[in-house]
Structures are given as C-alpha cells and as structure tokens.
Design a protein around this ligand. Structure first.
Ligand code: F6R
Length: 601
C-alpha cells in the first residue's frame, strides 16, 4: 500500500514538522519505514529516511530542522524488498538531482532494475519506488523535458501505483497514478501564502485544506505554489477540472467514508485482489514454490484462525486443480501430529496475516529444526515470518486495521488458487475476472445481507454449512459471526449436520449454507432436512432453480464456476456478520477480548 505526500510552497521555509505531521496521518497505510526530502532554493536535496515509525525516525534524523520550498514524505508498507534504510523512500536518481517516492507496486520492477543497471544508472536499492525515479531519469538522460520524461516513464512502469517526483533545479512537483488513488489539495498557509499538495489519500491533506482535486489514471499533475496543471499522459493536452470542497469529518475520511474499518476493508477486497494478481504474475517466488512443491514428499499448509481456513481451501484447490495432495493443519497441532514425521523432503507453507502469530512461528521453528523447507505467505512484510521462512509471498493488502480478517483472507485464497493453477502447469491462471466478480457480489448481496441481519439477529445460536470447497468458507463465515456478534455459530461440513446437530433445529432456526455449484443436489438434501423441521435454510450460491425451489432464502452469487464461487461466497457472510454486529450495538472493528496480533502461546 504505502503512502506519499508532497507539498509546494511559495518560499523556502521549515518544512520538517509539516512533513512529519502529514506522514503521521498516513501511518495507517504503512509503518515499516519513513522518509522525508526537502528541495532547497540552492538546488540541493536534503534526504533523511530509515526503518521505523514516523515519530522515532523524525526524532532520530531531526526532520524538524529540514528546510525547503518543496517537500516529499513517504510511509512504506513493504511488499518486495525488505524494510531497510536503503529501501526506504524517497529515492534520488543517479546524480542526486531528482527525488521521488511512490505507493503501490511496480510489478515489472525486477526487469526495470536490470535495465537501469545495464544502462549504468546508480541503482541503490531493491525498491520499486527507486525504479519510478530511474524511469524518469532514463528519459531525461535522453534529452526529454521533465514532463515528457514522466509521461514516457508512466508507459514503462507496470502495476498499480502513484508517485510524486521533483527536480532540484525547478520550483514544481509532479505526480501521476495508475490504479491507486491520488488527490491534490490547494490552500493558503497561516500567512495567506498559497501552497499546493498531493497525497495518496485525504487524511494528510485535510488538516491543511479542504479544496481538493481528484486525479485519474493517465493524468499527470504539475504543482506550483498557487495553482496546479493537469495534463493527459497520452497527448499532453490540458485537462480542466474544478476543485471540490470536502466536508466529511476526518474520522469519516480515514474510514474511506464507511462507518467502520471492517466495512471499508470488505469493500477493498476487489482492488487488493486485482493488485495481488499483478504481483503474483511477476513474483519469482511463485516459481520457487512450484519447484519445491513438485519435488516435495509431503506438502503442509499451516495457519491459525482465518489463515487456517485459507489453508483448508488451499488444500482443496491443490487437489482439485493440480492433483496434488496437501495437508492443511492448525499450526500448533502440527508440532505434535506431524513434526515428528517430517524431514528435508517435506515442504510447509506458513500462512499468517501478521507474520507474528506465536502459534505459527513455534511450528515454523520446529519444522525448520527437522529440516523441512518453509515458505511464508504474509501481509506484514518484514514480520518475523518473512524473515524466518526460506522465501515468502506477500498478500499485498495494505494495513488491515479491523481485528476481523477480511481482505487478507480473500487474498490468501487468491494466492492459493493462483499457486494451484501454476502447479497444474498453467502459466497464466484464468483468474483476472475475480476482482470484477467480487465487486458484483458485494453489490448484489449487500442489501440482502443487511435485511437478513435484521431478520435473524435475535438468534444467538446458528450453523453455517458447506461442502467441498465451501466447507472452509462455512468455517470462516462461522468464525466471523462468532467473532463480532458474540453469538454461537458453528461451521460444519453440511453432510455432518444430520449426524447430531440437526436436533438444534426448531421453528425459524437459521442455518446458512454455502453451496458449491457442482454439488447442488447434496446441498438441497441438507436444505430439506432443515426446512422440513421448520428451520430457515439460507443458501448462498450461484442462481439455480433447485436452490430456489427448496431454500427459505437464496443469496445469489454471480456465475463464476466451482473454483471462484467459494471465494465469492465468503463476502456475503462477512457482510452478514458485520451488519449483525452493528445491530447488536458492538464495534466490529474491535471485538471484546481479541487482538489483531497474537504473540502469545
Ligand atoms: C479472525 C482472525 C484470526 C486470525 C488468527 C491468525 O478474523 O483474524 O483468526 O486469522 O489470529 O492470525 P494471523 O493470520 O495474523 O497469523
């Protein structure tokens, strides 16, 4: 994710405090490292950056003494390239007269770095933000003016990103975006002097000004102190856009206009899945996984809680798509059940949003002692898991603030689905439709789930059932429901329900089913067992006359097929638990007794 902020003022002045304050307000986008650069009237650039949180780095490097007419700051959420001082942003070009910073992912970074090194440019880090700077430098060296160099660089930089860049010997900043968000602010300081600023998001801009311009893809913005100019990347033509006035409160802005982070993060899922697919297409670690998985004797998938549910679904995908058996296991149980039997011929995939879960790290330690190869899948890069594993894949979700995992779960599942197709020998997994299908699912099901939450909210006891690839989804839906509504909700294989739990069913008793498209007759049997006893069978699945005919309620998903449909089915379950939690007067972002990162046994 990462966050960027840049400001252009009308005279040289202390900018360090202002940049630190802006960085603090972007911390929710990343906190692995922070940096600030000021561009001074004497044509020099003052660049200070390091690993750590904003306040610590700002104090250590005396950001408060930084002076300039223009300034840039960046908060990093590492994806590729570990959190380190050299990978921290902003970055300078080879001779130090261009400085820039980005957020997002440049997915052809590896190739570009090799090209820049071959050209003789000074490449100091592995970070893709540095590639943005060299991509511009590359065209400046060929004689293009700065704006044309940025326009051409934009064509070379693939992925989803935004970046801000400035030249030591002029008085402007320039910014551009592809996929990611970018907003510009226009205001006046306390002395009535004009300034303009640009950022990946509004929280860093709103305390300075509420006059903003939203930038679109394929546009380049030039910032002077008193005005901004918007140009088309394609033909350099001027684009006219009037500023708008933002009236939302700061709290609402931080939550992206949603009442809770959980709802914001639920709605971010299509975009983070899109970005992840781009990342996976370029990640050399995918090949490492394929090589290791092909030669491994046994393949274990380990995690806890929600991440374990992703492992369960991963194992279904590996078997169904790649014909490769995998053993999903709760990380602490691995220690007693499997560790005594593993050795260097085995491979373990350790899955964790935080990368700090003690239960996962303890299993990893035991596995490595036994010589097993460990691959990590984590959202927080730089976390202990990413350092301890032989190699790792990022989830690329940005900061997940809400305690219940949502977007990190779906990106874990997308990762497993992608790996399963690659293991099956497909170089281009047919997954590019996922983000749009997720968007459609959220749109189609949200009103229904909000209404349903009202109808079943009085029940403190529910079941959530699935079969095959939707069994892990049923477990995950049940976990979300109990986590934030405090109701008892049990997730179960649908065929097991008749072996005992069916006795719970009474008039109106809600049983949720996640129906896999290939197993509708089996789900229909389960539905009938519930409805004939007066229970309410609520089915989530693709439109199907058999489900319509038998279920009490059908939550229809867009047609996606047996591999992708289970992934979509979790979205309405997330929404249901969210709406029920809010109806009960709870804060779904911070459920009682729970913590986002569990570093204890
Ligand atoms: C539930 C949830 C937890 C985590 C579990 C593991 O919404 O978030 O069940 O999945 O505590 O955490 P990570 O993935 O950080 O290892």
């Amino acid at each position: 994710m990462c966050g960027i902020f840049g400001i252009v003022t009308s005279k040289e002045q202390p900018l360090g405090e202002l940049l630190t304050a802006a960085a603090r307000r972007l911390m929710y986008r990343g906190y692995d490292s922070v940096g600030a650069a000021t561009l001074r009237d004497d044509g020099t650039i003052d660049l200070r950056k390091d690993v750590g949180r904003v306040d610590a780095v700002a104090e250590k490097y005396n950001f408060s003494e930084m002076v300039g007419r223009r300034g840039i700051t960046q908060l990093r959420w590492a994806t590729f390239g570990e959190p380190s001082q050299v990978n921290a942003q902003p970055h300078i070009d080879s001779d130090g007269d261009i400085v820039g910073a980005h957020n997002g992912n440049v997915v052809n970074n590896f190739k570009l770095r090799q090209q820049f090194i071959a050209e003789g440019l000074t490449v100091r880090s592995e970070n893709d933000g540095e590639s943005c700077v060299h991509a511009v430098e590359h065209y400046v060296n060929k004689g293009y003016d700065f704006v044309d160099a940025i326009r051409l660089a934009y064509g070379d930089l693939a992925g989803d990103y935004a970046f801000v860049i400035g030249h030591a010997r002029d008085d402007r900043l320039y910014a551009i975006k592809k996929g990611s968000g970018l907003v510009v602010g226009l205001g006046e300081d306390a002395d009535g002097q004009p300034f303009t600023c640009v950022s990946s998001d509004l929280p860093s801009i709103l305390p300075l000004t509420r006059r903003i311009v939203r930038i679109q893809d394929d546009e380049i913005i030039i910032l002077w102190p008193d005005h901004v100019e918007l140009l088309s990347v394609k033909d350099g033509q001027r684009i006219e856009r009037e500023p708008e006035i933002v009236t939302q409160s700061m709290d609402a802005v931080q939550k992206g206009g949603y009442p809770h982070f959980m709802l914001k993060e639920i709605h971010e899922q299509p975009q983070v899945a899109r970005e992840l697919l781009h990342l996976l297409n370029e990640a050399s670690e995918v090949n490492t996984f394929i090589e290791q998985a092909r030669k491994a004797r046994n393949l274990y998938l380990l995690g806890c809680g929600t991440s374990y549910h992703a492992c369960l679904l991963g194992a279904v995908y590996f078997a169904q798509i790649a014909g490769r058996a995998a053993i999903p296991v709760l990380a602490p149980q691995f220690i007693r059940q499997y560790a005594p039997a593993v050795n260097h011929e085995d491979l373990g995939v350790f899955v964790s949003q935080s990368g700090e879960t003690k239960d996962v790290l303890s299993a990893l330690q035991v596995a490595e002692k036994r010589g097993m190869t460990a691959i990590g899948i984590a959202n927080v890069i730089g976390s202990t898991l990413t350092k301890a594993a032989a190699c790792w894949l990022p989830l690329g979700c940005g900061y997940e603030i809400s305690v219940p995992a949502t977007k990190t779960f779906t990106n874990q599942v997308v990762t497993f689905l992608y790996l399963a197709y690659r293991l099956a020998g497909l170089d281009s997994p047919p997954l590019e439709g996922i983000p749009d299908l997720m968007e459609q699912t959220l749109e189609m099901t949200a009103p229904q789930m909000e209404a349903l939450a009202g109808e079943i909210n009085s029940w403190n006891d529910l079941y959530c059932l699935g079969y095959g690839a939707t069994y892990p989804i049923a477990l995950e839906g049940a976990l979300k429901l109990k986590e934030i509504t405090y109701a008892h909700c049990e997730g179960m294989l649908s065929t097991e329900f008749k072996h005992g739990p069916l006795s719970a069913v009474s008039d109106g008793y809600p049983v949720l089913f996640a129906a896999p498209p290939d197993d509708v007759p089996l789900i229909v049997s389960g539905i009938n067992e519930v409805t004939c006893r007066g229970g309410r069978a609520i089915v989530i699945g693709e439109e199907d006359a058999r489900l319509r005919g038998e279920a009490s309620d059908v939550i229809a998903l867009p047609k996606a097929g047996p591999a992708i449909s289970p992934l979509l089915a979790v979205l309405p379950l997330q929404l249901l638990s969210y709406y029920m939690s809010v109806r009960r007067g709870y804060d779904p972002d911070f459920p009682r007794n729970l913590s986002k990162t569990l570093t204890v046994d």
